[in-house]
Design a protein around this ligand. Structure first.
Ligand SMILES: Cc1cc2nc3c(=O)[nH]c(=O)nc-3n(C[C@H](O)[C@H](O)[C@H](O)COP(=O)(O)OP(=O)(O)OC[C@H]3O[C@@H](n4cnc5c(N)ncnc54)[C@H](O)[C@@H]3O)c2cc1C
Length: 300
């Protein structure tokens, strides 16, 4: 049972329902707070009980082991709320807001800035942590600040964008035990909603024709070894369609690994390693996964 407002002694919630790969074992405890105060209380609860704790957004960049996760997993997808100032372009959002829905709202208000993000099925918090990006733009470009709470509980505080060491799919938030509870975007006001909407729609339809959108995945598995593209290197090795168990290198986009329905976490993990080895043998380039693994060290 999933813990929402009341503490339950144990949760058998399958984390596969919390990842876009549809893979992941049970959470020992699981909480889905819907306010910052509740999030803070759960973080303190885990700390007070000496438990390991981590947060999950939309699980769209996560590979969680089938053995599950000990301690408390906090999923922030219900932590929702948006305040938008159409005249200034300032958009304050709680961390669980979905990026595609923010892109749509911004378009309707004639705010330019998030058109590239409409096909990224993550949360605002996850996007700030991962510096999610596409089409030459990224989160850091439009983010003004985030509000965070230490992972072991305590007071929230604000960090400005220039304090977050943003780089390609990287931020300081990936290394520090901080939970993003809200984000402030500064978008460009005064644009024609129809024009912004049509660019946004165009970006989405481009993605749905070039990426395996209908199958469970976590988007691009590997970071691009710039200026090269990971997908091209993988495709060049003839790896499209390669399978291990229920995991398959997408036949549509080689940097995607899809769950064909029965994938286990180890299938995906082994396929990641196979792709890395093949590309390294041929090109001497080590591909680094963009996706975050949880629970793998425990299962070794
Ligand atoms: C079909 C598809 C297409 C995609 N396309 C793109 C793309 O074009 N560009 C791109 O960059 N990514 C893409 N992704 C990957 C993914 O959507 C992004 O990385 C997204 O930012 C992850 O957000 P999330 O909320 O799902 O984070 P999760 O996957 O839940 O978590 C990712 C990491 O962030 C941490 N985290 C999440 N939320 C918080 C928080 N509030 N505070 C602190 N830590 C947190 C987690 O602990 C974990 O380490 C795609 C994924 C899919 C499935």
């Amino acid at each position: 049972m999933i813990v929402r407002n009341a503490l339950m002694p144990r949760s058998d919630a399958s984390l596969s329902e919390f990842t876009t790969w549809r893979v992941g074992g049970p959470a020992e405890y699981l909480a889905e707070p819907s306010s910052i105060e509740e999030t803070s209380a759960w973080l303190s609860w885990a700390h007070d009980h000496g438990m390991p704790c981590r947060v999950i957004g939309a699980g769209s960049n996560l590979l969680i082991h089938d053995d599950g996760l000990p301690g408390l997993s906090i999923c922030l997808r219900r932590l929702q709320g948006v305040q938008m100032e159409e005249t200034t372009g300032v958009m304050d959002v709680l961390a669980g807001e979905r990026i595609p829905s923010l892109a749509r709202r911004a378009a309707r208000a004639g705010l330019h800035g998030l058109e590239w993000s409409v096909g990224i099925p993550g949360t605002a918090g996850g996007a700030a942590v991962m510096n999610a990006g596409a089409q030459g733009s990224c989160t850091a470009q439009w983010l003004q600040s985030v509000r965070v709470i230490p992972l072991n509980g305590g007071e929230s505080f604000e960090l400005q964008c220039d304090q977050l060491s943003y780089d390609y799919r990287h931020s300081r938030l990936q290394e520090e035990p901080l939970v993003v509870v809200s984000a402030r975007f500064r978008l460009e006001p005064g644009h024609d909603p129809q024009q912004i909407g049509s660019v946004t729609n165009g970006n989405l339809s481009h993605r749905t024709t070039t990426q395996p959108y209908q199958q469970p995945s976590c988007g691009s598995v590997f970071r691009n070894p710039e200026p090269l593209k990971a997908g091209r290197l993988i495709e060049g090795q003839g790896l499209k369609g390669t399978r291990i168990g229920g995991a398959e290198v997408s036949t549509l986009h080689a940097n995607f690994i899809v769950n064909t329905g029965t994938a286990r976490s180890d299938d995906i993990d082994r396929l990641i390693v196979l792709v890395q080895e093949r590309v390294e043998e041929r090109h001497g380039i080590r591909l680094h996964p963009e996706v975050k693994r949880l629970g793998f060290n425990l299962a070794a």
